[in-house]
Design a protein around this ligand. Structure first.
Ligand SMILES: [Cu+2]
Length: 369
């Protein structure tokens, strides 16, 4: 998925500013009542009732139509105002006096993780009355047409101590508990993982290599190539050859088209499982792979999740040491492998393979592809 970089955003603001001048030419007498803009928040979208509004007092009537808590913030022309987080189904209002120009309106929850997922749009404020068509969705459509394409690629090499993580209790159950409530149907499965899941301090030493290249090229063209080879505690030799990315979103677990770079998530962000400390990732991807054990094919449909992220484990015993690990150095490379849908569990503790390379590195591949 395209991540909106600072550069792209600046370009969008300029484009909207030009449009604003054209629309604003048809000025009308100013009314002294607050204009109203309805805002519908959902995963992962901010829909405005109109793309532009007349300068002056503006009341935002904000409804959370999603299934998890969201917030609302207006930023631009020297203004930065937000409301308290609102629960699913609830509403709130925010009245601001806006001068002409372009404003960012977005959900600030999860230190911008919701914003990066798409809860981000623009509002034009023009002199006189708004001439723009109203109706939900008008602004999002305008926005998506302006998204510039930007290919990003990263090459990651696993390094440092290699550890295998075995099932065990999650070390921060009290911190995760309030967030689990937002996970609806998934809650039960997550609660059993609190007792015996993959993010545990039950760690054994392993060895092996892992190198891959990932391309973030948009919703349906992301791709990945890479191979991991490692030995597990029981002496088995495993080899994973990544085949292609997974693109299908699951509630709370968007796939971002397969590859996403520079995302802050997990833990308190309400995106992905809360049973991982909050982290900052250089790259996260979801892929299908071919998995071999001792040179024998196990499956062609292995479900693979890879992240290069801010360090979550300490040296020495590799225990999880932080609930918010987002400020740590980005050098932990996590590889998780699960059987394909409907396939039997792997012959490994817990039925999954979870291996970390603790001091890994990344670079832009040569040629920029
Ligand atoms: Cu949100």
């Amino acid at each position: 998925m395209d991540r909106k970089s600072h550069g792209i955003r600046a370009g969008t603001v300029v484009a909207l500013g030009v449009l604003g001048v054209v629309v604003g030419a048809a000025a009308r007498p100013h009314l002294d009542v607050a204009a109203q803009v309805s805002v519908k928040l959902s995963e992962w979208n901010v829909a405005l009732s109109q793309a532009s509004v007349a300068a002056g007092p503006v009341t935002f009537v904000i409804t959370n139509a999603g299934s998890i808590p969201h917030g609302f913030e207006v930023e631009g022309q020297g203004i930065e105002q937000e409301i308290e987080t609102i629960q699913p189904g609830a509403s709130d209002t925010l009245t601001l006096t806006l001068k002409t120009g372009s404003y960012h309106v977005y959900c600030p929850v999860g230190e911008d993780s919701h914003k990066k997922l798409g809860m981000d749009t623009h509002l034009k404020v023009v002199s006189g009355s708004s001439q723009a068509p109203s109706g939900y969705g008008a602004s999002e459509m305008g926005e998506s047409h302006m998204k510039a394409e930007r290919v990003q690629a990263i090459r990651v090499t696993g390094g440092g101590p290699v550890i295998q993580i075995l099932p065990g209790p999650f070390p921060f159950p009290d911190s995760a508990a309030p967030i689990l409530a937002a996970f609806g149907d998934e809650r039960e499965g997550l609660e059993s993982q609190v007792k015996n899941g993959p993010y545990s301090n039950n760690v054994v030493m392993s060895s092996g290599t892992f190198t891959f290249t990932a391309w973030d090229k948009g919703a349906v063209r992301d791709s990945v190539a890479g191979v991991a080879e490692f030995a597990t505690q029981d002496g088995a030799r495993w080899k994973l050859v990544m085949d292609r990315v997974q693109t299908k979103d699951v509630p709370h677990h968007p796939r971002f088209g397969g590859v996403i770079m520079g995302l802050y998530y997990h833990g308190v962000t309400q995106v992905h499982t809360p049973l991982v400390p909050t982290i900052n990732s250089a790259v996260a991807l979801w892929a299908f792979g071919h998995l071999y054990k001792n040179d024998v094919l196990v499956t062609d449909k292995a479900m693979v999740h890879v992240m290069l992220l801010s360090r979550t484990r300490r040296d020495g015993d590799f225990a999880l040491t932080c609930w918010d690990c987002s400020k740590n150095k980005i050098e932990e490379l996590q590889l998780q492998i699960l059987p394909g849908l409907g396939e039997p569990k792997f012959d490994a503790p817990g039925g999954f393979l979870f291996v970390n390379w603790e001091k890994s590195s990344s670079r832009q591949p040569a040629g920029g592809m």
